[in-house]
Design a binder for this molecule. Sequence first.
Ligand SMILES: [Zn+2]
Ligand SMILES: [Zn+2]
Length: 232
Amino acid sequence: MRGELFDRMVSLVFPKGCVLCGATVAYDDLVCSRCTPDRREEHTCLFCGNPINRCLCETRWDFDGAAAPLHYRAETRGAVLQLKKLPDRRIARYLAEEMYRCLRREFPDVAFDWITEVPMHPEKLQKRGFNQGELLAAQLALLSGVFHRMRLLTCSGPLEYQHTLSRNERFAAVRDRYALAGSVRGKTILLVDDVLTTGATAQACAACLKEGGAAKVYVLTAAATPLSHILP
Ligand SMILES: [Zn+2]
Ligand SMILES: [Zn+2]
């Protein structure tokens, strides 16, 4: 209550902007009335775009499902990039709310034990100071009531920038760089990240969790790269 009153007072002095366009909004609003989130079509495969029950992907993934509420373009891309620069709680909250709606819609019958985030390479973490995936996982845990098993996965090996690599190179580069920091046997886990592009990172993390005995692994990201970018 005190926090809310404080927020209200702060917003009178420092008006808050829409997280997508910056326009002034009411104290507890995240997005203005002119901005509509650029949402992906429901129940469609992130990789081929077909309805989930008619997915044509030939890749065999170690995760049991993957979903993202938003397209990674325009304002969403701006919001995600902003969250990489600053640990902005309002942007994290906005993206997590979209993710939570997507979670309930796409995986309504899954009983998750834990939410965890895709880890950030320690060198990168030291430079940036925070992992935006961890912020999203924390907000999503608040919304869903599922326990945030923080830093369950670790990342090591040489730091490579994936965006300079081809699709196959990305899969090879990340294959063995993840490890477990605790037991996952029998657990159903929701793996969270900001953006899904090729799926290489999600695949490597899911393989690691499954090798450790996780029962099921689902992937949820805030946004997914438009399909044309990931098809060969
Ligand atoms: Zn706006
Ligand atoms: Zn597919």
